[in-house]
Design a protein around this ligand. Structure first.
Ligand code: 13P
Ligand code: SF4
Length: 319
């Protein structure tokens, strides 16, 4: 506490980062001041790729634990720090390695696709990881006759099933509490108030199906409904002709969207959709992290070894 993100703070962060040969990565849901000090911001796929390619000997991951863990799996020789190791993820907590092993035993021969929002132990039981920006491509890369087990997010799974039309895709019933809480009635109400707005919807949202339903009913023009990862929302923001956009995702996203397209009026569908884990990475936590070299992220070598191939496939597909 007591630390503000002022010029002296920024200077100290930059000089400590240089001394540690550290690259600072920040997810699009981070606090604006954290996004502004970072070397790179992005969605989970983009940040994994940057972490894999970086020459820096230390990665400071301003995001949640599974993201830092994924970076460590890709670069076992680097020091990976997260400013607060308690920054977890309710979605990653919705399936354990043991539960996935039991599910696999019920479907021998199935290909396991896990969302990157999973623990290292779950990744070690996985054939291919995916993120929201390449989930459809990852599933489409699997031969049509193979059964697929998709975990842990039920809404992303439903989206992938809808787009690929794949009947042999089984979906785990997990969810992110933040995105699941952005609901259909709320979205319908906002869309009715602003019929000309685009709808940018993260596929983890409970309201993704409602958005397509609204389009089906003619309440919203079909080409205004866009189901996108956080990184793809930024691309769409630069391309759209809409004057206003209703955004269904974690509210941290609004910062990059407003920077990408200052002339557009971006409005949160649910302005209480804030991830308390993402917000644990405060200016004070980042400063402590760089001063003390903490919290260091470690992954047991045998788990990292088994999970690395699934993460590598994820960063290779959909480029
Ligand atoms: P993306 O940045 O990949 O869209 O992920 C969203 C998310 O919930 C990460 O926690
Ligand atoms: Fe996890 Fe949801 Fe927070 Fe993303 S927004 S880190 S999925 S709890």
């Amino acid at each position: 506490g007591g630390v503000t993100a002022d010029a002296a703070w920024a200077e100290e962060i930059r000089s400590l980062a240089e001394r540690r040969d550290a690259v600072l990565l920040a997810h699009n849901y981070q606090l604006p001041e954290i996004q502004e000090i970072a070397d790179h911001t992005g969605d989970s796929l983009a940040l994994s790729r940057i972490a894999a390619e970086s020459d820096a000997s230390t990665i400071v991951f301003c995001g949640v634990h599974f993201m830092a863990e994924t970076a460590k799996m890709l670069s076992p020789d680097k020091t990976v720090l997260i400013p607060d190791a308690r920054a977890g993820c309710s979605l990653a907590d919705s399936i354990t390695g043991e539960q996935l092993r039991e599910w696999k035993a019920e479907h021998p021969g199935a290909v396991v696709v896990s969302y990157v929002n999973t623990t290292a132990e779950v990744k070690a039981e996985t054939d291919i990881c995916c993120t929201s920006s390449n989930a459809v491509d990852v599933v489409a890369s699997i031969p049509a006759d193979r059964e697929v087990l998709f975990c842990p997010d039920q809404f992303l799974g439903a989206h992938v099933k809808r787009v690929t039309g794949r009947e042999n895709l089984h979906i785990w019933a997990g969810e992110c509490h933040v995105h699941a809480g952005i609901n259909g009635p709320e979205l319908a109400e906002r869309a009715e108030e602003d019929p000309g707005a685009d709808l940018f919807i993260h596929p983890e949202c409970g309201c993704a199906t409602s958005a397509l339903y609204l389009a089906g009913e003619g309440a919203v023009a079909e080409d205004r409904v866009k189901i996108l990862s956080t990184g793809d929302m930024l691309t769409a923001a630069r391309e759209t002709k809409a004057e206003s956009v209703l955004v269904a995702t974690e509210v941290g996203m609004l910062h990059q969207l407003r920077k990408a397209a200052p002339e557009i009026d971006f409005r949160a569908v649910n302005d209480r959709a804030s991830c308390r884990y993402m917000k644990m990475i405060t200016p004070a936590a980042l400063l402590r992290s760089l001063r003390e070299g903490a919290d260091e992220v470690r992954v047991a070598p045998e788990i990292a070894e088994r999970g690395r191939a699934s993460v590598r496939r994820m960063i290779e597909i959909g480029t």
